[in-house]
Design a protein around this ligand. Sequence first.
Ligand code: GDP
Ligand code: MG
Length: 302
Amino acid sequence: MSQTEKCGYVAIIGRPNVGKSTLLNSLVGKKVSIISPKPQTTRNQIIGIKTIGSTQIVFIDTPGLHKAEKRAMNRYMNRLASSVIVDADVIIFMIEALRFTDDEEMILQKLKETQAPVILVINKIDKIKDKSRLLPFIESIKTKFNFAEIVPMSVKKMDNVNLLEESIIEFLPEGPHFYPDEQVTDKNERFQIAELIREKLIMATEEELPYSTTVMVDSLEEDEKLTKISAIIWVEREGQKPIVIGKDGALLKKIGTLARKDIEKLLGKKVFLRLWVKVKSDWSDDERALQSLGYDPTPTRE
Ligand code: GDP
Ligand code: MG
């Protein structure tokens, strides 16, 4: 006897750095979204797909919502996050334990425009020593919005991640699966490769640089044993090149080595990776430049 199929979109929203991408990867069981301790690591909308028997959950990881900023990149990210809220079947609103800031208030205002059930996830409870402080925190947030569910969580320690999955499934609508059951993301190989390089770049460089860089796979040649990849790291100004390259090329080499290992895991093959650093002036401030790098300024879901 076949069970009724369930499928729906689940948007994961919240301020930058609360742990959205970490949660997505844990739920899907693969690194489909890159992670870093720095805010605004996730630039594009990433879809992670999980199929459990007759149920398929399509998660949408969004760049963090935050108050309006001038730069084109930030405007783009805000638009992206808002459009996702409107279409979701279930919304996961993620916050950090004991922190409810103006950014969270702003997101709550947006959530009032939707009909979808909102599950509040209070992440990083592992960081709270005195757990008795959580209860009054939860009580005060409860008064602000009619949440379908409130789940305290530590993605890091895998506390309550399964519980969250169970309550998501309860709220999913019935319907056929959108993706093949074995698929875990909507992004192609080149995108995933560029993202893995960007993750290492973010880890290796200082605070402000991630805003002004992007990565593009330039060529990808496969033969039986080896995949040869050439990728470009675009920086905004000539002066940023030495920051990425490092003394005698040491930093670029380190980024390349770490990225190559992750790419080999992704492709299941040996990889030869070549990285180039090039200057694209003011790209993050120019919507046309964003488009030429593959960021669609009016994003849709498919
Ligand atoms: P995003 O910007 O919301 O996507 O956040 P990320 O998933 O990139 O995570 C931001 C940082 O928080 C990373 O350094 C994660 O390792 C860390 N993090 C995520 N979940 C937890 C958690 O449950 N506990 C702790 N202590 N850190 C976490
Ligand atoms: Mg993220």
